[in-house]
Design a protein around this ligand. Structure first.
Ligand code: COA
Length: 215
């Protein structure tokens, strides 16, 4: 992931949001990821915020031009932005080639890390990829990127090899990871379970908050 300036993509509109957020203020401490995060197809007008996040989290960030090129290729790309109220808090994108889905990028703004926004983005990407005919999921990830590795492992992705010096900016290596047969019922159950855990965590967080407020 990340060193490619893939040349295909998809443009979209915010009204196609797949989750509806309630009104009311949310910050990273009070976020309920199952109801407060809105996913929408990435649109051109999102790019200033997307590129701003990109610059904060990647050492060799994609330019606006790369995203523009990606979004111009509608047939084989799926790009999403994650919103909390009027703020873009993350994004993710993948490329479809034959029956393979290649996760090109995923990022969450640093102040929102650890709130399962990456998980929500990836569930949506994978479900969309399956709907569009993908049977296998792959990506490259920097060796030592523990948050990303933890995320991908939860999605059943396993390293199958190393690409040495994959990241030219610092010659770092990448793991190549795959999850096979993401169209199988067993994998659908995995996605269902990931979402069920999000719901249980939400309930746990709410109880903790109420306990704090009551004490
Ligand atoms: C990878 C990334 C998108 C995950 O987003 P997120 O919303 O924080 O992810 P989630 O909250 O869904 O949690 C993902 C996992 O990361 C873990 N994690 C979060 N912060 C961590 C940290 N600082 N160190 C280790 N693990 C961490 C979480 O505990 C979770 O693992 P778990 O399921 O075993 O508990 C985010 O860390 C990010 O934007 N990183 C910078 C960009 C990047 O590296 N992208 C991946 C390129 S391959």
């Amino acid at each position: 992931m990340r060193e490619h300036a893939w040349r295909l993509g998809r443009r979209a509109a915010r009204r196609d949001a797949t989750t509806v957020a309630p009104a009311g203020g949310r910050d990273a401490d009070t976020l309920d990821v199952t109801s407060d995060v809105v996913l929408a197809p990435m649109a051109m007008r999102d790019l200033p915020a997307v590129v701003a996040i990109e610059r904060r989290v990647f050492t060799a960030p994609w330019s606006r031009r790369v995203f523009t090129d990606e979004l111009a290729e509608r047939a084989s790309r799926v790009y999403r932005t994650a919103w909390v109220r009027s703020e873009i808090v993350g994004f993710a994108g993948l490329m479809l080639v034959d029956d393979e889905a290649h996760v090109n990028t995923i990022a969450v703004a640093p102040q929102w890390h650890g709130n399962r926004i990456g998980t929500v983005l990836l569930v949506d990407l994978v479900r969309t990829a399956v709907e569009r005919g993908a049977r296998h999921l792959t990506l490259e990830v920097r060796v030592g990127n523990e948050p990303a590795l933890a995320l991908y492992r939860r999605f059943g992705m396993a390293p199958v090899g190393v690409r040495p010096n994959y990241y030219p900016e610092d010659d770092a290596d990448a793991f190549v990871m795959w999850a096979r047969e993401i169209d199988a019922p067993s994998y659908r159950r995995r996605l269902d379970e990931i979402e069920a855990v999000l719901g249980r965590e939400r309930a746990g967080n709410r109880e903790n908050r109420e306990g704090r407020d009551a004490s």
